[in-house]
Design a protein around this ligand. Structure first.
Ligand SMILES: Cc1ncc(COP(=O)(O)O)c(C=O)c1O
Length: 342
């Protein structure tokens, strides 16, 4: 394993399954695979547990006894950080940012914030929406206060300015997926995944490139437009490659960012995303979410509808989880919504 020398803790059930979606594959006369990182096991699962393994490994190597992090009100990262802290018997404080303008009480009370409260984290609120550096800085300042009180806090950052230890989890995930594909004797045409803070995209792509694999990875933007997301992924790849002392360089052409399903913005759904969520739920009984995995699967559905994929072609969708936030979007099952027809 490429990440062997880094401190880590074990939080995830791995390898996660790589399954063929038989019903949808039959519907569209091709081969659609799903990598079930929604099944990593920690408090409803999702991609963040692979990332937290390396953040907490680093935190413990520094003697930390407490975790601090920040995210949107329906952040899966925040929910899983709290769960990880509980599992590792660490104290935890989180900050919820006002990133998404939604008045519905479900958004503020159900899904992830419900689970964060259930697991008993201390919650701070950050009034601004798009202020990543400011939100991280507020946590750093809180950490300073805690240090004065004799605690050993560790801040898990979101901004790209800090060392992305979490991305190492997706270097591992790439190696794990390649092994599964090799065992199945399959060489897919493309991977699809959501790209937000970019740790998943950057780690996965670097893991493939470092394994001499050139299968394209389509990162579906969930927070910012393609041009700035591509830059963010490249910066993160450079940081991880440096951290791992890897000699290879990933160039802009290898970083595919697709922002067609982003509008109207982070944390807001759209028709293509709702259709994608409904399709996978109704044909396969697999649940997605409107902020991350649903948007990424909308890109898969788009490829299927275009009919570009042949009988013998294979694609792999990385399901990163996020399903607790479904309960924050009751409009997904509103009576006047027309169902998606295949
Ligand atoms: C369910 C889910 N999928 C995908 C992502 C995006 O992953 P990354 O932040 O590593 O780009 C997130 C980030 O919060 C997430 O919660």
């Amino acid at each position: 394993m490429l990440t062997e020398s880094f401190p880590r803790v074990i939080l995830s059930h791995t390898p996660t399954p790589l399954e063929r979606l038989d019903n949808l594959s039959a519907d569209y006369q091709t081969n659609i695979w799903i990598k079930r990182d929604d099944c990593t096991g920690l408090a409803f699962g999702g991609n963040k547990s692979r990332q937290l393994e390396f953040y907490i490994g680093h935190a413990r190597s520094l003697g930390a006894d407490m975790l601090l992090t920040t995210g949107a009100v329906q952040s899966n990262h925040v929910r899983m950080t709290v769960a990880a802290a509980r599992k590792m018997d660490m104290e935890v404080e989180v900050q919820l940012e006002h990133r998404v303008d939604r008045d519905q009480p479900e958004y503020h009370k159900s899904g992830n914030p419900f689970l964060v409260k259930l697991m008993g984290a201390k919650i701070h609120y950050y009034p601004l929406g798009e202020d990543e550096d400011g939100a991280d800085q507020a946590m750093v300042e809180r950490a300073e206060e805690l240090k004065k009180a004799g605690k050993q806090p560790y801040v898990i950052p979101l901004s790209n300015a800090r060392i992305p230890y979490g991305a190492l989890g997706y270097v591992d995930a790439a190696e794990e997926t390649l092994k599964q594909l090799e065992d199945l004797g399959i060489s897919p045409m493309r991977f699809f995944l959501p790209t937000g803070s970019a740790s998943t995209h950057a780690g996965f792509l670097l893991g493939l490139v470092a394994s001499s694999c050139s299968i394209p990875v389509q990162g579906v933007c969930v927070r910012r437009e393609a041009v700035s997301q591509q830059q963010r992924v490249l910066t993160k790849i450079d940081s991880i490659a440096e951290l791992m002392s890897l000699p290879m360089k990933v160039v802009a052409d290898q970083v595919i960012c697709d922002d067609r399903f982003l509008a109207p913005g982070y944390g807001h759904s759209n028709t293509a995303t709702q259709n994608a969520i409904e399709l996978l739920a109704r044909r396969e009984g697999i649940l997605l979410d409107p902020t991350y995995s649903g948007k990424a699967f909308a890109a898969v559905v788009d490829a299927l509808l275009k009919g570009d994929l042949g009988h013998d072609d294979h694609i792999v969708f990385l399901h990163t989880g996020g399903t607790p936030s479904l309960f924050a979007y009751p409009e997904l099952v509103s009576d006047n919504r027309e169902g998606f027809q295949i």
